[in-house]
Ligand binder design. Structure first.
Ligand SMILES: Nc1ncnc2c1ncn2[C@@H]1O[C@H](COP(=O)(O)OP(=O)(O)OP(=O)(O)O)[C@@H](O)[C@H]1O
Ligand SMILES: [Mg+2]
Length: 247
């Protein structure tokens, strides 16, 4: 009798094996209005969405549809008028000032205009989020390693003016990762970059997600970027349109 061959051994499953670092995020009935009653603008209107830990989600929609507002609310840079927001164990809608500051240290932000400090070197920009804190061990080797990981080894001493737009955005990504974030919020991170450079930046963000299991939200107008995410949330006039899989 011929013995059955052993069942194929499963290949490496790097994501499943790793302790997930990313937070699940929920928004439930979230409304944000700006301005006075009468002339009020409803930037987000009863938004309910659920995002899995380590999911990469694109936020799309016309200008003014509420993409940035949504990211600001998830990042506790703004508060909803009504509704609840959670990220991991944090009740984001309900944090006092101190708790909000602590939560924001667990969030990485990447912006369209990079928002680097022009007087500081690339290395010091990456270290900047740690400045208010006394950190041990010395965080500098980690910042150097992050700059290396985003392809900027040897450019630690360069200032933003000495770097291209794509390189500046790489510094911003390294800076976003210095605190081991549970979520990275990227608001049109390729908006100031040419198509090829922008595609490289998205590769870097998705790579970072794959390596660290960080939940990733990217607001974008670019459907090719959205197609590279796990899922797209479409906004129109502050409301979520029906979800579609794979972009
Ligand atoms: N601080 C603010 N004060 C008043 N209105 C605001 C404020 N921030 C946003 N809005 C309004 O809320 C709505 C949603 O704005 P938001 O910036 O979220 O849109 P967006 O989808 O990010 O647009 P874009 O693609 O142009 O970046 C818009 O009508 C905008 O004018
Ligand atoms: Mg915006």
């Amino acid at each position: 009798m011929i013995p059955h061959p052993p069942p194929p051994t499963p290949g490496p499953q790097p994501v499943a094996d790793r302790r997930p670092a990313g937070a699940g995020i929920t928004l439930s009935g979230v409304t944000r209005r700006y301005g006075q009653a009468g002339a009020a603008i409803t930037a987000l209107d009863e938004v309910t969405v659920s995002i899995q830990p380590a999911e990469a989600v694109a936020i799309m929609g016309p200008s003014g549809s509420g993409k940035s507002t949504l990211l600001h609310l998830v990042g506790a840079m703004d508060r909803p008028d009504t509704g609840t927001i959670t990220a991991g164990d944090y009740a984001v809608h309900d944090l006092d000032r101190k708790a909000a500051a602590a939560y924001r240290r667990r969030v990485g932000f990447v912006f369209q205009r990079f928002h680097l400090l022009s007087a500081l070197s690339a290395l010091d920009n990456v270290l900047a989020p740690l400045l208010p804190m006394r950190i041990r061990p010395d965080p500098q080797p980690k910042a150097v390693a992050l700059l290396d990981a985003v392809g900027l080894a040897g450019r630690e001493r360069s200032t933003p003016a000495q770097l291209s737009g794509g390189q500046q955005q790489r510094v911003a990504i390294a800076r976003a990762l210095i605190n081991d974030p549970i979520v990275v919020l990227a608001d049109e991170p390729t908006g100031n970059l040419d198509t090829t450079t922008g595609a490289d930046i998205i590769t870097l963000l998705l790579d970072m997600r794959a390596r660290h299991g960080t939940t990733l939200l990217i607001a974008t107008h670019d459907p090719t970027i959205a197609a590279r995410c796990d899922r797209t949330i479409h906004l129109a006039d502050g409301q979520v349109l029906e979800p579609t899989e794979g972009g």
